[in-house]
Design a protein around this ligand. Structure first.
Ligand code: HQG
Length: 180
């Protein structure tokens, strides 16, 4: 991604996940906002975006963070929200193992409380080790926890998969975690 696109992606993350009201937007059910409303809001708030820039950002975002709806008139962040929003995801069976990248300093607390969602709506889990490593390395030397998602599923913990392939769940109690 180019610098300008990274800036646009960060701006969208901020306002489609965390603070829509700061630019006068309200997320609709599913986390959607009108494309026209978003473009108008960016212009009003000193970060004018063209429709083409928005389309480019959605298409080329390195983690496919945003989607248009089927009509192309609405846009949303696929996951990662801190504002109250119902993403209308359906619970589904996860792969038997999932991974979570974090850092050593959180391990004592994670071993006691399990993985908790903090400010986000869900705990975020990765399908592969490489992605988990990248997520962990945002904070330092990554450590990887393996999640026994097969057992969690059998024990009726719901799992959701976002449009960009991130597995989401409410909490991962410590007994399902193995430090790799
Ligand atoms: C840790 C980025 C102490 C957890 C990434 C993590 C991902 C605990 C941090 C997505 C804990 C939360 C999500 C406990 C969990 N005690 N620490 N009991 N339970 N933690 O950013 O998973 O660029 O909310 O290990 O790539 O790091 O935003 O979650 O280190 O996909 O699209 O608390 O965010 O994607 O941090 O990252 P986060 P995350 P985007």
């Amino acid at each position: 991604m180019e610098d300008k696109q990274i800036k646009i992606s960060k701006y969208l993350a901020k306002h489609l996940r965390h603070s829509p009201r700061a630019i006068g937007l309200t997320l609709q059910p599913g986390g959607w906002v009108g494309v026209d409303a978003l473009l108008a809001a960016t212009a009003r708030n000193g970060f004018p975006l063209t429709y083409e820039e928005l389309v480019d950002c959605v298409a080329s975002d390195n983690k496919q963070r945003y989607s248009f709806d089927i009509s192309g008139e609405m846009i949303r962040a696929n996951q990662g929200h801190s504002v109250a929003v119902d993403l209308q995801l359906e619970a589904q069976e996860p792969p038997p193992l999932l991974f979570h990248g974090t850092v050593k300093r959180f391990l004592v607390s994670i071993q006691e409380f399990g993985l908790v969602r903090g400010k986000r709506h869900h705990v975020h889990l990765s399908r592969d080790l490489e992605t988990a490593r990248k997520v962990g390395s945002r904070r330092g030397a990554p450590v990887i926890l393996q999640v026994d998602s097969r057992q969690m599923h059998q024990d009726r913990h719901p799992f959701y998969c976002s449009a960009n392939g991130v597995w989401l769940t409410d909490t991962v109690p410590p007994q399902y975690l193995t430090l790799l």
